[in-house]
Structure formats: structure tokens, C-alpha cells
Design a protein around this ligand. Sequence first.
Ligand code: AMP
Length: 402
Amino acid sequence: MEVTINPTVLVVNCGSSSLKFAIVDPASGEQYLTGLAEALGLPEANISWRFGDAEKQKDSLASGADHTAALTYLEEHILEGKPELMKSFIAVGHRVVSGGELFTHPTLITDEVVKGIEQCIPLAPLHNPAHLLGIAAARRLFADLPHVAIFDTAFHQTMPAKAFMYPLPNELYKDHAIRRYGAHGTSHYYVTCEAAKLLGKPLSETNIITAHLGNGGSVSAIKNGKCVDTSMGLTPLEGIVMGTRCGDIDPSIVFFLIDTLGYSVEDVRNTLNKKSGLLGLSGKTSDFRGVIEGLEQGDEQCKLAFDIYCYRLAKYIASYYVAVGKVDALIFTGGIGENSMPMRSTVLKLLEGFGFVEDEAGNAAARFGNSGLITKAGSTKSFVIPTNEELVIAQGSAEFAK
Ligand code: AMP
């Protein structure tokens, strides 16, 4: 007997050498399948996947397999013998890092839209070309389905000019679109909607600060349900301390590195993007768990990395009181935000002046995918809310289902 399942969206998130996929029910959020193809273009190309909570499976792909090969494997092998899943697709949703000023909402992909995503390549030089590979492959393989682009930058397009403009010569914005765009928009949007539910308020009256803290990280100011400021800028290098990215620094450091230390532009790019942040400060690891381990073993550099991370994060959150006004709640999400009790505890203490009082039991309980209130009664509220970017992509794409 054939099993029937609800309509689903195939969610695709391509990196230059990876392809993450999920089959998601946009109504319930249930993920029937999740998987990842890695090392694409290399001899060790491989793919792993899991149906629901079943055991993870893994296979090698042909040496040098590309994005098309990974999606073909999904269609021909992983979904083989699962006609109910194949038949359940109503759309394919593609995560796209930068839509610049061109795209402010989920967008049905046409040849014209592909050109728009190409135009935004200078704003996301590592990501957008990879997304285009995935889009081209998926449009060929799933030609009968609507393909929809969901942009990380879209949620931030409501920022006013005073938040998105840099104090640079005007023509750099007018002629070259140099401005702040932000990132992680789908995550900030998801936790904003969830926070509104937890606060019992309509989205249009929800005033919060959201901290998405993963390998990359950003903080957003949300006023009346809309983004009014965010910490990432033209690219994801601006803002808080990240795994390997420096976040905010004096731009003159770039001149110092080039003029005094003889760095090439590529050396500077590499240092600020790949060798800084937690990795640079700890001298050991870009992984927050590693920093905590080091700190617990008395490693001074890990302790300093942790302190700088929390201090700079708390300063960003404090500054967003200017953007939001009266704040209903502070939200933590992302791998670090959802799991690191010591980080949350330290940040809440630094923000004591804004009325935050940690509830230690609540903070300890909010881990491993649990959401919860982590502040005491009478305190300004702070919640942990596990993010769900796949669901936002699935829901945005389902709007275009035939
Ligand atoms: P993401 O990019 O959202 O997957 O987050 C990755 C980051 O989350 C890494 O820095 C991890 O070390 C961190 N992370 C994951 N689990 C934990 C945990 N239990 N405690 C602290 N950090 C964690």
C-alpha cells in the first residue's frame, strides 16, 4: 500500500563544494529527509542523509562529482522506492545569501531572476555562484516544479537609510550600491515570529533584539516585527566576533597590514575572514565548544576569547536599544546561542543595567533544541529559540506551489 504524505518542499542550500538538502512539510515543519553532499568537485566527494530520526546513511559519489551529480543521486538512489516522497514535492526552495537591493521577498526563479542573482555576486562572491550552480542543476532535474529563491538579505531590506548607509562618499552608494545588507535574515525572521507567539503579541507589535550566534553570527534590532538594524554589513565580515571572522575593526588596520607588514590584499582578506575571531584570539580553535573547554582547563587565551566575544556581543545588544526603543525580549539562537549557557549567563550579567536577571535553572534547561525563558519574573525577558531556516524556506516556496 502506498503511503500518502502531506505536500512538501525540497529545500536546497548550496555552498561552493557542498549541497545541503531537506524535504520539509511547510505546514507542520516536519523534515522527512535531511542530507548533505560534501567535497563536491574533489576525489572524496560524498553524500550523507537521514530519513526523519532514522540512522544516518553515507555513500561516496564519483570522484569530482558536482552539484548536478549530488541532486541526481538524491533523485535516483536516496528517493528510489519512495514514490510518495517524490510525488509530494510542490516546489523547490533555494537559499540565496545575497539578493542585494533587488530582492525583498521570496521570488519565483526565472531566467531574469537568475541574472539578478548573478548581479549580486560581488556582494557574496563565495556563495551566490554556488547557489547558481545548484539552481541550474535543480531546474534541469525538477523541471516541472516551481523553483523559489529565498534571500538571506530580504528580511533586512526594511532597514532605514540611517541604519544601512555607511558614512562614506555618497556616490559609493549611488553608483556602486555600497551599503549594509545584513545576513541570516531567514533565521532572524523565524525567531521573530516565534518570539511574537511566546510574548502573546501580534508580529506588528513585537519589539525585540535577536542574536543569531553560530560559526557566523549577527544581531538584529526588530521594531514592530520589522528589521530596523543588523550587525552584518556589505558582507558578513562586519559585526560581532565570529568563529574565524573578526567583525568590527578599525579599517586602518588594513592599511597597516599592507603598508607596514607587506601583506597582499589576498593575505588581508584571508586573515580577516579565516584567521581571526575566536580562532585568532584563542590561537587554537574557531569552535565555541573548544573555547569553553580551553577556558575550563585554565587556558588564558581561550578565557580572553570568551570575554571579548561576550563583551562585544553585549555592546551590540545594548546599542540596539537605540534602534528599538522599548525592548520586549532578547532572543538567542544558532549553535552557540541555543547551547552555550555560560555565554548567555555572561551576556545577561553584562546587560544588568537594562533590567536582565538570569534565571539559572531556565538557562540550564534551554539546550539541545529546547526553547525557553532564561530570565526571572520581573526581569526584561530573554528567550532561547532554536532556529529553523529550512521551515522559512519551505513556507516561502510553498506560496508559489501550482
Ligand atoms: P552553527 O553555525 O549554528 O551550526 O553553530 C556552530 C557553533 O555552535 C560552533 O561554534 C559550535 O562550537 C557551537 N556549539 C554547538 N553546540 C554547542 C554547545 N553545546 N555549547 C557551546 N557551543 C556549541
